[in-house]
Design a protein around this ligand. Structure first.
Ligand SMILES: [Zn+2]
Length: 88
């Protein structure tokens, strides 16, 4: 995994501030966990080309950065229907 040398101040995908950015390229392989995450509300993916090679920059947004005051509780579970355990 790499780090962009001069990343923008705001995410180029959603124009929101972000917590961190990482760059992934050929041969890195990666897994995106779609479960509820206490630290990050979302990750935006920005495909870029570096020295003629394809890369993907990951912009990590915290819950506060996307306007959510509270991260989900550890007990919140989102089944296929999208209803959290705390909503019942
Ligand atoms: Zn974003």
């Amino acid at each position: 995994m790499e780090r962009p040398v001069d990343p923008p101040a705001r995410c180029p995908v959603c124009d929101t501030v972000y917590d961190s950015v990482s760059r992934h390229g050929e041969g890195d392989g990666l897994v995106v966990n779609l479960r509820v995450n206490r630290r990050y509300a979302r990750v935006c993916f920005d495909p870029v080309t570096v020295d003629g090679s394809a890369r993907v920059d990951f912009y990590h947004h915290t819950h506060a950065q996307v306007g959510r005051s509270e991260p989900p509780s550890d007990r919140t579970v989102l089944p296929a229907g999208g209803v959290g355990a705390d909503d019942r």
